[in-house]
Design a binder for this molecule. Structure first.
Ligand SMILES: *Cc1c(COP(=O)(O)O)cnc(C)c1O
Length: 362
């Protein structure tokens, strides 16, 4: 199978083998060493001098952790949403009683940092801004560094969904002055699903001390206090830790800059090819097109679902579909985590062939 959805992503054999490791005492010295190494790896990739937390949950649980640990019911929050995952973050905040103000864009567009700045100037009661770094549903990467500058100049908190960007494209949390940043093991980390990673800045920990949203399992302070003893408050997904431990060896061998370059190359290769076929990208401004997932409109008169089905059944190429209102209208090619150029090339060869056949049949 050539699994080209934007997560879960393929896992290298070495990492898969590591997940087969025997269980051990999750509060014992051997596992403590694994927690230390995995946390060091996370700090390295996030660009953090605080220990990044690992929580046994999926990316969405990480987002819930971010919200409930920094906000109180009634807090005014600006939701910047450019797609389905931005909407999800907004829903989480609403569920816990935040007073949400919305900056929602057309799907395909990136957020404008100046608009964020203006909205914050117009409403000094906004305490935090929630934004998706890489919107996986539309293949758009927000200009996060510039957005963060607007937010931090005005001294508000910035909560970032970096689930499908962290480790694949640059997102240095301290250099960009981000406050709460979330990722998940099944996206760019070459590991199976099961762990979410959550970074909190000093400002975020200060907010945490006041934050009144209810939390128990996802209590970040509890996780931080356990991590100080190289433990988890609860029984963690140990096999995913084994995987991450091995994946970090591979990531360190490749080097962060080379990983970023590999993703950049895959993004521009994919975009150039689909444009050559005359297809239109979902991102309306290519400067913000994602280097971890490419989203493309199916051309008029072509049954995209039928092409995806043939790609999977006849060629073992699994494409991502559209989410929400884009269902059936677009396809997505994931190029994040563990992949080589050949994987992307083969997937695109198959789509090209099937598209040509479909067009010939019209
Ligand atoms: C995958 C993803 C998530 C979280 O998904 P889970 O299925 O809960 O792991 C959140 N945000 C973005 C941008 C994602 O790509």
């Amino acid at each position: 199978m050539n699994l080209r959805i934007p997560g879960p992503t393929p896992v290298p054999d070495e990492v898969l083998a590591a997940t087969a490791g025997q269980m051990m005492n999750h509060r014992g010295p051997e596992f403590a060493q694994i927690i230390r190494r995995v946390t060091d790896g996370l700090n390295w990739v996030f660009g953090s001098s605080n220990d990044v937390l690992s929580i046994t949950t999926s990316g969405t649980g990480g987002l819930e952790t971010a919200v409930v640990n920094t906000l109180s019911p009634g807090d005014r929050v600006l939701s910047v949403s450019i797609g389905s995952f931005g909407d999800r973050l907004k829903s989480i905040a609403k569920t816990y009683g935040a007073d949400v103000v919305s900056y929602a864009l057309e799907w395909g567009d990136a957020a404008d940092p100046a608009v964020v700045g203006k909205m914050l100037d117009d409403d000094p009661s906004i305490k935090a801004v929630m934004v998706t770094h890489n919107e996986t549903s539309t293949g758009v990467t927000n200009p996060l560094e510039a957005i963060a500058r607007e937010v931090k100049q005005r001294n508000r908190l910035i909560i970032v969904d970096a689930v499908s960007s962290m480790s694949s494209v640059p997102c240095p949390v301290e250099r960009w002055n981000l406050d709460v940043v979330v990722s998940g093991s099944q996206k760019g980390w070459m590991a199976p699903p099961g762990l979410a990673f959550v970074y909190l800045s000093e400002a975020a920990w200060t907010a945490n001390a006041e934050a009144k949203m209810p939390r128990f399992y996802f209590d970040a302070a509890r996780t931080r206090d356990s991590l100080a003893k190289l433990q988890n408050p609860w029984t963690p997904a140990m096999s995913v830790y084994y995987a991450m431990d091995r994946a970090f060896e591979m990531m360190r061998a490749e080097g962060l800059e080379s990983i970023f370059t590999r993703h950049e190359a895959a993004g521009s290769y994919t975009r150039e090819r689909v444009k050559r076929w005359g297809l239109k990208l979902v991102p309306t401004d290519e400067r913000y097109a994602s280097n971890t997932v490419t989203a493309v409109w199916w051309p008029d008169g072509v049954d995209g679902k039928a092409i995806s089905k043939r790609a999977r059944e006849e060629f073992g190429v699994v494409l991502g579909g559209g989410q929400g209102k884009l269902e059936g209208k677009i396809f997505r090619v994931g190029h994040l985590g563990w992949f080589g150029h050949d994987d992307i090339e083969q997937a695109l060869d198959v789509v090209e062939k099937l598209l040509n056949e479909a067009k010939a049949a019209v």
